[in-house]
Design a protein around this ligand. Structure first.
Ligand SMILES: [Zn+2]
Length: 316
């Protein structure tokens, strides 16, 4: 599956996302995605995992499933997490940074993780969908397999936040609130923030129901610009949506329409509204549903899939 990886089209996908490609692709070797904008912060450790590498056998070949899913064994996931920490350079022999994850509930709940809490990380993960910290030596992580993982770093105050944004969390403005939490706790100036929206299901593939549009319309004046309608009986339009941008107004179609949501743009807008500068937002990660050879996609794999992690931490 990973034969010829260095020539994979994704490595040419965008200048923004740098794939950490090994010179020689060894079997089971992890492949992590990193944002070039975040990579410029020498004090920051960060990565978006892919499915490549690892020891899970539940999802075809060896994969790097980092979530405790029903199909996979706990031992495999724990081993994968060890490999992930090692690849990030935050594990040395048996000593490693604590990996702080959440019990994600599609909320706007954001936790501040500080040094004190690190000393007694609870057995049961906290419920919520975001974490922020300015404590060094620990790794904050969110899990996803279509929902968007988002990392925000304050290059002046050396603080970081990780967020999990599906459509529900996005309607609740998780990332906009996340920036607010960083202002509150660390005195962050939004102009100093650098954000990366990681791999998730994108506008090309994210079909949603009318209730999702209703939810966004109730919250955002720009909601209309986040949705795209496609006539069900017209495969050409689905394949080449850009050619049909001037489609007729909603409700004027004689065929049933499919509705697609651009969740990346929705979260980019929230970052902009919170004061983050456009040039400091990296939103060029690949679509999970389009690239199941590289990424886990809950939708494209009909729910039988692993979980990836977006992780970030501060060097000591
Ligand atoms: Zn797609």
């Amino acid at each position: 599956m990973i034969a010829g990886w260095p020539d994979h089209p994704l490595t040419r996908l965008s200048g923004y996302y740098r794939t950490v490609v090994n010179n020689r692709v060894a079997k089971n070797k992890l492949q992590l995605l990193r944002s070039e904008k975040l990579d410029r912060l020498a004090w920051l450790v960060h990565a978006f995992s892919t499915r490549i590498g690892g020891v899970s056998r539940a999802y075809g070949g060896n994969t790097l499933n980092l979530g405790f899913t029903r199909q996979d064994s706990r031992a495999a996931v724990e081993r994968n997490r060890e490999l992930f920490l090692k690849e990030l350079g935050v594990a040395n022999g048996r000593k490693s940074w604590p990996l702080v994850a959440l019990r994600q509930i599609h909320s706007d709940l954001i936790h501040r993780v500080d040094g004190m809490r690190v000393d007694r990380i609870p057995e049961q993960p906290l419920a919520g969908d975001g974490m922020v910290t300015d404590t060094s030596g620990l790794l904050l992580a969110v899990q996803a397999a279509d929902c968007l993982p988002i990392i925000v770093a304050d290059r002046k105050r050396r603080a970081v936040g990780v967020f999990h944004a599906g459509w529900r969390g996005t309607v609740k403005r998780i990332v906009e609130k996340g920036v607010g939490e960083m202002r509150k706790h660390f005195g962050s100036d939004p102009r100093d923030l650098v954000a990366a929206i990681g791999p998730g299901v994108q506008g090309c593939c994210y079909e949603v129901g009318e209730e999702v549009r209703t939810g966004f319309e109730a919250q955002f004046a720009y909601a209309g610009s986040l949705f795209r309608e496609v006539k069900e009986s017209d495969p050409v339009r689905e394949k080449y949506p850009l050619l049909f941008l001037t489609a007729r107004a909603p409700g004027h179609s004689e065929w049933p329409v499919k509705l697609f949501l651009d969740l990346v743009e929705a979260n980019r807008r929230q970052l902009l509204d919170a004061g983050v500068l456009a040039r400091n937002i990296d939103a060029m990660a690949p679509c999970t549903a389009c690239h199941t050879e590289l990424l886990f996609s809950f939708r494209a794999e009909k729910g039988i899939t692993g979980r990836m992690m977006a992780a970030a931490g501060i060097r000591k």
